[in-house]
Design a protein around this ligand. Sequence first.
Ligand SMILES: [Zn+2]
Length: 177
Amino acid sequence: MFGLTDIFLCDKAFMSILLSSVEVYKNECHGALLGYRTKNRIVVEFAIPFQSAERKPSEVVPNWRRELKVIEVLPKLVQLQKLGYFHSHPQWGKTHGSSKLSDPDKKWIGEGDLEIVVAINDAERSVSWRQSKNQLSGTIGKYHITIAGYYKRKRDNRIMQYRILCPYAIGFDYTFV
Ligand SMILES: [Zn+2]
């Protein structure tokens, strides 16, 4: 019953997450995740970037999730569930962005919500997309990106890191050269 859960990123969701992280670099991007769940899998079909008037390169606006009005409307239109949110941790000066949840992130993640964190840093060289540990990482242009997924379990309120699967990223690596 409590088998390992993984997070499956569909091609469209992967591209949106990647492009919105790159677009606002070196600021943070925020957005919502829509999809569905099966027994041992959370399938992310769409990632909807939040068009904020104000973007800041830090954790200073922890409550952006409440401002995402699109999340109330979209699931009704596309027959998908709201799964949670994504946001990026960009490099700031010489400090590298991390794919770990920050303390404010841990505080704001809702029960039963998925949170995808994108670490985006200046790439020293280009590398292929691969799965390592529970994360997905690789380069696009001059950016190095690591994507990690977290889920706050309802039964005990623990935040778990789940493996991210994205055959699109791995299989179509040459796309990003
Ligand atoms: Zn964060």
